[in-house]
Design a protein around this ligand. Structure first.
Ligand SMILES: [Zn+2]
Length: 535
């Protein structure tokens, strides 16, 4: 079992899995960890036969507070208004700023195989009156809510503070209003000019009904009310919200003490860190989800998020490193182990479940899919750089047979990913330019034993029944000949890089040679070897 199966085994009865998000702007790739966890939990529950509903909320009554994403002339008017009421700044056909930005992550979710049973929009929910009961309770018990904030979060609100904000009937802002009185049907609000630094209120005040969409609960209360409204039983939550006295603790206490319901099971999950280095440097790439998703296909992205337990931090540094090729290799190792093949090194218990949950299709035949032929990412990254290579033919030769439809799709996806990786993130050493002519300077700088090694490798390759074709076969030959002639592996690789690339480093040598025409390889090895001694 992996962690999701363990969780599913610990609960019983029908389940409602929920999360929600403020559609405020660019989606960082790390923010996809939560939705993937949500989806995997849902799949694990369903696999155990538990009736499960997956919900995802759009908190679009939250105020607009990100000036940078507004056109300059819109700032004064729009800052502080509910996101659902701010016009779409991109002006590409969405009903609001919120709809535009929510669509970005809804599309990302769909691309990752995450299909909630329902997306609910708070701007739709409030006008229906479904939240009115919770608003009334929260206002009736405002003193108890203030006491929870004092006790749980050490936040002391003034005695006239009420846990709701209304949309100012004059200027339409919600971030600038406070409610100071409640008479059982109406609240007294003030739209204060300087309530917050990032938006300016208009100074209007008066009595207004808080119901039917006129107002919204404060965030922690809205969260707890969603749990009651939808009967939520499981809600994973980021570590930043799960700290002692933080948002989750407050919402939990409000659920129990104000709305009289046990809060859902929390699965606190850690961050994904994009290295210590600043992203988006030389190649202009960033950590925006769509940018990473352009390079890392959905199944590998799911795998990245769910392989560690949720409480483990994920360090991911794609720029200028092998992090993406390593991710593919690790994925392929999980696939191979799931298919019952021998794999090098250790493999996590529950690997078959993790592999299955990485697949886009929840109904996929996991064992059959695991057995599909998956060409090594680094090999494809090499082939992509060699002119006039029939990649498909090479991969079929490596497999030793024709590719199935699924294998063909995997190949196509990986070739696209490899090209995108080379363009966006690959380190210099992964970029190869095989020299048309023998790089005499580099070869001349080699020691004699290195050059003799190249000759021995050529002999061994030619003496075999057939020249090696696969990266694996070349790699094995490279190691075994180095062993036979007593040359350390590092110096053997350096000799190969010198002979083919004219430099001292390069990608995995076996796959480099396998990507080239075998006769060309043999000729080049010969040319780089010292001339045979005269008899
Ligand atoms: Zn106002």
């Amino acid at each position: 079992m992996d962690w999701a199966d363990e969780l599913a085994a610990s609960v019983s009865g029908p389940q409602v899995v929920n999360d929600s998000k403020t559609p405020s702007g660019t989606v960082h790739v790390g923010s996809l960890r939560g939705p993937v966890i949500l989806d995997v939990i849902t799949r694990a529950l369903r696999a155990r036969g538990l009736e499960t509903t997956l919900l995802y909320g759009i908190d679009d009554m939250d105020p607009m507070d990100a000036q940078a994403l507004l056109t300059p002339d819109a700032v004064d008017h729009e800052m502080g208004r509910p996101l659902a009421h701010v016009p779409d700044q991109a002006d590409d056909g969405h009903a609001s700023y919120a709809r535009h930005h929510a669509q970005v992550f809804i599309d990302l979710f769909a691309g990752l195989g995450i299909h909630p049973d329902r997306y609910y929009w708070m701007s739709d929910i409030y006008p229906t009156g479904e939240m009115d009961g919770f608003i009334r309770t929260a206002l009736d018990r405002a003193a108890d809510v203030r006491e929870i904030y004092r006790r749980v979060a050490h936040v002391q609100h003034p005695d006239d503070w009420h846990p709701i904000q209304v949309v100012c009937p004059n200027c339409g802002k919600i971030g600038t209003t406070i409610v100071t009185k409640w008479d059982g049907e109406r609240v007294f609000f003030e739209c204060r000019e300087r309530l917050v630094t990032w938006a300016r209120g208009c100074g209007t005040s008066g009595w207004i009904s808080p119901f039917g969409g006129n107002g919204k609960l404060g965030w922690n209360l809205e969260w707890a009310a969603q749990w009651s409204l939808f009967g939520v039983t499981i809600e994973p939550c980021g570590k930043d919200l799960s700290t002692a006295g933080g948002s989750r603790d407050r919402a939990d206490a409000i659920a129990r003490e104000i709305f009289g319901r046990e809060p859902p099971l929390n699965v606190a999950y850690e961050f994904l860190n994009i290295g210590g280095k600043k992203m988006s440097t030389s190649k202009g790439r960033g950590a925006a989800a769509h940018e990473i998703a352009d390079v890392v296909p959905p199944e590998q992205l799911r795998f990245l998020f769910i392989r560690p337990r949720p409480n483990q931090v994920i360090e991911f540094e794609p720029e200028g490193t092998d992090a993406i090729p390593r991710l593919f290799d690790e994925f392929d190792k999980f696939a191979a182990a799931t298919a019952g093949k021998e794999v090098r090194g250790e493999i996590a218990p529950g690997h078959a479940a993790t592999f299955g949950y990485s697949l886009l299709d929840p109904a996929a035949n996991v064992a059959a899919d695991a057995a599909a032929f998956r060409p090594a990412f680094s090999h494809l990254a090499l082939l992509a750089q060699i002119p006039n290579v029939d990649v498909r033919a090479r991969v079929e030769a490596e497999k030793g047979g024709e590719l199935s439809t699924r294998e063909d799709a995997i190949l196509g996806e990986r070739v696209t990913a490899a090209r995108a990786w080379l363009e966006a993130y690959a380190p210099e050493r992964a970029v190869v330019a095989v020299r048309d002519e023998l790089p005499t300077d580099a070869v001349g700088a080699l020691e004699d034993d290195q050059r003799r090694y190249l000759g021995a490798l050529a002999d061994a390759a030619l003496s075999a029944d057939a020249l090696p074709e696969s990266g694996e076969a070349w790699q094995n030959l490279i190691f075994s000949i180095a062993g036979e002639v007593g040359l350390p592996n590092g110096r053997a690789f350096a000799a190969l890089y010198a002979a083919f690339l004219g430099r001292t480093n390069g990608p995995r040598a076996g796959w480099l040679l396998a990507s080239l025409d075998p006769t060309f390889v043999a000729d080049r090895l010969r040319a780089a070897a010292p001339p045979p001694m005269a008899a």
